[in-house]
Design a protein around this ligand. Structure first.
Ligand code: HEM
Ligand code: HEM
Length: 184
């Protein structure tokens, strides 16, 4: 079960801290941090690592039920935390320019975050134990069936968007490193 909004609040506080740091860099350098220089590049790399963790960790834990490393609900909270903070850092990395494949990657990133919120909303409609297993009986059967169907449909949209996102991100990273970093 995903109780309360704790992970959303923690993510929000961390995002405020990152924004403050961004503001300090902006103040001292008097320019929008460029995507290819120390701060802008660094925040892009760390944000991307967070996004990779979002894509992999929860799915891995979900599929290894024999080894119980922490509750599913905690892993989902971590998924949501890194799934918000990572994209936010990547957004600050863009230097507010959205050309070509990098722009398309940003768009896919925004879409997956919005889709995540929709999934979170449907997910919390289905009653579960702390370990994420569904519980029968709390909701009327019809409503429960509908929520499950919606969740399944949501998965068929959310997962391919994630894959498209990482393919385009790797193309961007390869091209950016080649043209903007190594050829300099
Ligand atoms: C999902 C993750 C990422 C997204 C959405 C993203 C997005 C962007 C965007 C929108 C730009 C600006 C493009 C423009 O000038 O119009 C940019 C620039 C850049 N990005 Fe990323 N980025 C991501 C991850 C990374 C990572 C991990 C690296 C490095 C390892 C990286 C390296 C760069 C570099 C070097 C530039 C500057 C390119 C130049 O000055 O021409 N990016 N990125
Ligand atoms: C970089 C951003 C994100 C990526 C790449 C991503 C990727 C994924 C993937 C691959 C899954 C499928 C897990 C599985 O069934 O194996 C998933 C599930 C899920 N994600 Fe995300 N996600 C992101 C952000 C978010 C955000 C921001 C939220 C909430 C606000 C969210 C909420 C969920 C929920 C509720 C599930 C369903 C859990 C389940 O059915 O067990 N995600 N995500």
């Amino acid at each position: 079960m995903l109780r309360g909004n704790k992970e959303l609040w923690v993510a929000f506080i961390v995002m405020v801290m990152i924004t403050t740091l961004y503001g300090v860099v902006l103040f001292f350098t008097r320019e929008i941090p460029p995507a290819s220089e120390l701060f802008g590049h660094g925040i892009g790399i760390v944000g991307f690592v967070f996004m990779l963790l979002t894509e992999t960790l929860y799915s891995l834990r979900k599929r290894t039920r024999s080894v119980k490393w922490g509750r599913m609900s905690t892993w989902l909270q971590l998924h949501i935390f890194t799934g918000l903070v990572g994209p936010y850092m990547v957004l600050l990395h863009t230097s507010w320019k959205f050309n070509g494949i990098a722009g398309a990657t940003t768009l896919l990133t925004i879409i997956i975050v919005v889709s995540g919120f929709i999934g979170r909303y449907i997910f919390t409609r289905i009653p579960r134990t702390l370990d994420g297993l569904e519980i029968e009986g709390t909701l009327s059967q019809e409503a429960l069936k509908q929520a499950r169907r919606l969740m399944a449909l949501w998965h068929t949209v959310h997962i391919p968007i994630g894959m498209a996102l990482f393919i385009s991100a790797f193309v961007h990273v390869g091209a950016a490193l080649y043209y903007a970093t190594f050829l300099k």
